[in-house]
Every structure is written in structure tokens, then in C-alpha cells.
Design a protein around this ligand. Structure first.
Ligand code: FES
Length: 249
């Protein structure tokens, strides 16, 4: 199991955030001094006094100084959080994706996946070779980045130099499109591709088995909550696991 730090802390700010779906989400900053995290990690957050006592996994969007920021869906019980509310947090959970000096990464997402990949877009800076949006919509304001190109199908992008030559391709797409990509690209590009895997996260620390996927020859599978949520494409057997995957956290 992961050794997550558990804190009782408080909401510092809560403000509206316009999502790629046009709905009003909530951007919440939570007090936590000097949180050390890697892009792609998440926290489990519960707000007992606002009635959200079951923890929800939320991607860490950024962390600076004395707080970190998450973005909350309007249907999430935590949407009612306001400044000053007490919250319980454990994390950071999961494994981020690190970039070595000189490496580049291309991001391929649809509008629904833009929040899980937003931390990478923010953090990668000069490492970013391109940001590609699949399936329409407008995610540029959420991603706070220019969209390099739009496509109907990710396979259309496999010959783009910024994708083909990237050291890593990170994608947040529905399972069907991830599988199409895997089938369409050469093996070496598939081996450099990571996909956001939306398993059912319940404990976030490897203890409850709700997020285990059965890929490979491991008889008990492995926990997405600890090893992911961005996993190498080669680590996931989508034919076996697609029924246990949901679209996004
Ligand atoms: S969420 Fe409990 S084991 Fe992963």
C-alpha cells in the first residue's frame, strides 16, 4: 500500500470555474504547506461538515506555497465546499509522469479529458511538443494552452512530427479511442504512449482492490490508484479490463 499523508485542513478559496462543457465547476484551494507532488498525482478529499464524508479522488491541478488547487464537478458532493470549511485530505496519491532533461511530450485529449491532463500542460513548459484535441469542443481555456490541432480521430495524428518524435504521448480519451490508437500506431509509438486510466478509485492507497485491473499475467492485477492513473499503454489489457474502466475519474 502507498504511504499517503493524511491531514485535517481547510478550504482557503472556492470560486467558479467554467468547464469545457460550459458548466460552472468550482475551483477550490486547500491549505497544505509545500505539498510535494508530481503532475498527474491526485488527492482523496472529504468534507465531513458539508455532507461529503466519503472521499473523492481529485487531480492536483497545481500546488504553490501554502495551498494546492483542485477543480470540482457540479455533480460532486464536494461542490458545496466554501472558504473556511474543514476538509480531510490524504495524498498525494498515484504516480505522476516525470520528464527528463531534453525529453518532449505530446498531449492528446478530448474535451472531457482536459482536466486530468491540465497539470501536465501547465507543468511541462518547454517539454511540450503539442496539445491535440479530439472530437470537437473547446478545451483551450481550461487547458490554458493553445490547441496545436483538432482531429476527429486520434489516429489522424500519428504522423505529425510533434507526436511521432515525442518521447512520451499522454492521452485522456475514451477506451474505444485509446484502443484505436494502439491498433493504428507502430509498436514503438504505442510503447511511448501513456493513457489516463479511469478506474473506480475508492481508497486511493491500494487497500480496497476496487481499482485493480487484471492486465498481464498478474493473477491479482494491480492497483490503478497507486500505479496510475496515467499508465503505459503496454501495461493495460483493454480487452480484459474495459468493462471495469469508467470514462474519467
Ligand atoms: S482504490 Fe482501493 S485499491 Fe485502489
Amino acid at each position: 500500500m502507498n504511504q499517503a499523508t493524511i491531514k485535517d485542513t481547510m478550504v482557503r478559496t472556492a470560486e467558479p470555474f467554467i468547464g469545457a462543457d460550459g458548466r460552472i465547476w468550482k475551483r477550490v484551494s486547500v491549505q497544505w504547506e509545500n505539498l510535494c507532488y508530481a503532475p498527474g498525482q491526485y488527492v482523496m478529499l472529504a468534507g465531513v461538515k458539508c455532507g461529503a464524508d466519503w472521499p473523492t479522488p481529485l487531480t492536483i491541478q497545481r500546488a504553490t506555497g501554502d495551498r494546492f488547487t483542485v477543480i470540482i464537478h457540479p455533480d460532486c458532493p464536494l461542490y458545496g465546499l466554501k472558504a473556511g470549511d474543514a476538509v480531510a485530505v490524504w495524498g498525494p496519491n498515484g504516480t505522476g509522469v516525470a520528464m527528463a532533461s531534453g525529453e518532449t511530450a505530446a498531449i492528446i485529449t478530448d474535451a472531457r479529458g482536459c482536466l486530468p491532463v491540465r497539470p501536465y500542460v501547465e507543468a511541462f513548459g518547454d517539454h511540450l511538443s503539442g496539445v491535440y484535441l479530439v472530437g470537437g469542443g473547446d478545451a483551450s481555456t481550461v487547458l490554458r494552452a493553445d490547441i496545436t490541432e483538432k482531429a476527429d480521430d486520434p489516429a489522424e495524428l500519428k504522423d505529425r512530427a510533434a507526436v511521432l518524435n515525442a518521447d512520451k504521448v499522454l492521452m485522456a480519451l475514451p477506451v474505444g479511442l485509446i484502443v484505436k490508437w494502439k491498433q493504428a500506431v507502430p509498436d514503438d509509438l504505442a510503447a511511448r504512449t501513456y493513457a489516463f486510466i479511469a478506474a473506480k478509485i475508492a481508497c486511493g492507497v491500494g487497500g480496497c482492490k476496487s481499482c485493480f485491473i487484471t492486465s498481464g499475467d498478474r493473477s491479482f492485477g494491480f492497483p490503478v490508484c497507486c500505479k496510475g492513473p496515467m499508465l503505459p499503454l503496454t501495461a493495460v489489457d483493454f480487452a480484459r479490463d474495459q468493462d471495469s474502466l469508467i470514462h474519467y475519474i
